[in-house]
Design a protein around this ligand. Sequence first.
Ligand SMILES: C[S@@+](CC[C@H](N)C(=O)[O-])C[C@H]1O[C@@H](n2cnc3c(N)ncnc32)[C@H](O)[C@@H]1O
Length: 223
Amino acid sequence: MTTLAPAQGYALWAPTYSAETAVSALEAAVVASLHVPLAGKRVLDVGCGIARRLASARDAGASVALGLDLTPAMLAQARGEPLLAAADARALPVADGAFDVVWCRLVLGHLPALEPAYHELARVCTPDGLVLVTDFHPAAATAGHRRTFRDAGGEQHELENHAHRVLAHRAAAARAGLSLRERRDGIVDDTVRGFYERAGRLDVYEHQRGLPLVLALVFARAR
Ligand SMILES: C[S@@+](CC[C@H](N)C(=O)[O-])C[C@H]1O[C@@H](n2cnc3c(N)ncnc32)[C@H](O)[C@@H]1O
C-alpha cells in the first residue's frame, strides 16, 4: 500500500468521500456532544473537504458558513454550498477576527507542525469566539492504526498522518493565544459496529473496541 501526501490522497478519495466511516461518524457524534453554539454565528470550516459539516452549521442557524480546503477535487464534490474556496490552513485568506466559530476537523494530523495552523485558526477567530479542532486520535496512531481509504477503483491507500499528542495541541494552541475549554474522545463502541460489519471486519472491531479514534478540543481566545 502506498502512503500519500494529503493533496494527492484527497484528490483520489474525493469521488467516494461522502460515504461516512467509523472515524467520521464518531467525529460527528463527538462534535455534536460538545454543543458548540452556531445559531447566528459566522462559521469558518478550515479543511472542509466536501463541506458536508457546513450544511449542519447552516441547519443550526449559522449566519455565514464559509469552507476552505487545500484540495480542489474535494471542494468540487460539495453540492449546493455557495461559499467555498481553495486555501491552505497555514495561510488563510481571511481577515483577522472575522469568524465567531472556527472549525478544523480531521485536518491537523496531516500537517507535520501544528503551530502555523493554530496561529491562523486563532487569528481569524473573533476575541469572544471558539475554535474547534478534531484530529485522528494520537493514541490510535501510536497504537499503529492508519488512515486508509479505498479509491473509486477499490484500491486501498494510506494517508500521511502525524500523531500530535494532546499536549502538543495544547501547547501550539497556547502559543497562538488559545486556551482549552473542553476535550472529548470519540471511542470505538457499538454505535460504529455497523461500519466494521459491512466491511466484513468484525475482527478489527473486536480489537479496536474501546480505542479512542477521534480527539476533539474546544478552545477560546485567552484573555
Ligand atoms: C479527513 S478530511 C476532513 C474533511 C472535513 N473536515 C470533514 O470532517 O468532513 C481532511 C481534509 O483536510 C484537507 N487538508 C489537508 N491538508 C490541508 C491543509 N494544509 N490546508 C487545508 N486543508 C487541508 C484535505 O484536503 C481534506 O479535505
